[in-house]
Design a protein around this ligand. Structure first.
Ligand code: PRP
Length: 209
């Protein structure tokens, strides 16, 4: 059995569709109820639905053999896993955004609200810009509106959230997409099963790369 950690929610639905198309469906998926484990014995897979930001932890520690995580999460957490495939879904960007018309005042530390502390620190370190980090877990766009921060470092998908809150992108840090990742030990010991899954995902129509 190949244990696969999939992200819950928006990204999970699209990712699950890709696995199904590749020949790995599971009865009851996606998320018809509150079940967190779905199995297809014949195809040899067991899916776990986890929080998107937790996928890499499950895979790194071997609770799952493979999983699907956003490249944003991988960049932020830098887990010791193998990245096998770009699934070319869940496409978005990590960007710096601020209120329309924002002008940086370099004499004071820049207040940055984000759930991507490492990405933000790294980005501003490279630019020699002193920052004050404000860690939030959601609705990051509120921070500059309420004066809690000067800028945010966050995911932008359609751009609607920014637009509807009078914010705009200052700089795109990185393009993001969903990646298939593998536990390093599983990759050796379940080599055949994982290779078969990768090639099925690659060869499905409109395939991954
Ligand atoms: C993400 C992100 C933005 C929004 C961007 O939030 O943090 O708020 O999506 O999408 P858009 O560009 O299509 O508007 P999510 O919905 O994951 O919820 P969160 O606020 O809890 O992070």
């Amino acid at each position: 059995m190949l244990n696969i950690a999939l992200p819950k929610g928006r990204l999970g639905k699209s990712v699950y569709g890709i696995f199904k198309e590749a020949g790995y469906p599971a009865a009851g998926m996606p998320e018809t109820d509150r079940r967190l484990v779905y199995e297809n014995e014949e195809a040899g897979v067991r899916y776990f639905l986890v929080k998107p930001s937790d996928v890499a932890t499950y895979v790194e520690r071997g609770a799952a053999d493979v999983g699907v995580a956003g490249s944003d999460v991988l960049m932020e957490q830098d887990p010791a896993v193998y990245e096998l495939l770009d699934l070319r879904t869940g496409k978005c960007r990590i960007a710096v955004a601020a209120k329309n018309g924002f002008v940086d005042e370099p004499s004071a530390p820049l207040r940055v609200a984000t759930k991507y502390a490492n990405i933000a620190k790294e980005y501003y370190k490279k630019r020699n810009r002193e920052i004050e980090l404000i860690s939030l877990h959601g609705s990051i766009e509120l921070a500059p509106i309420l004066g809690l921060s000067d800028v945010i470092v966050d995911i932008v998908e359609t751009g609607n959230t920014l637009k509807e809150n009078d914010l705009s992108i200052i700089k795109v840090i990185k393009e993001v997409s969903a990646r298939l990742i593998a536990n390093k030990t599983s990759y050796r010991f379940k080599q055949d099963e994982i290779a078969k899954l990768v090639s099925a995902l690659e060869s499905r129509e409109g395939g991954a790369k």
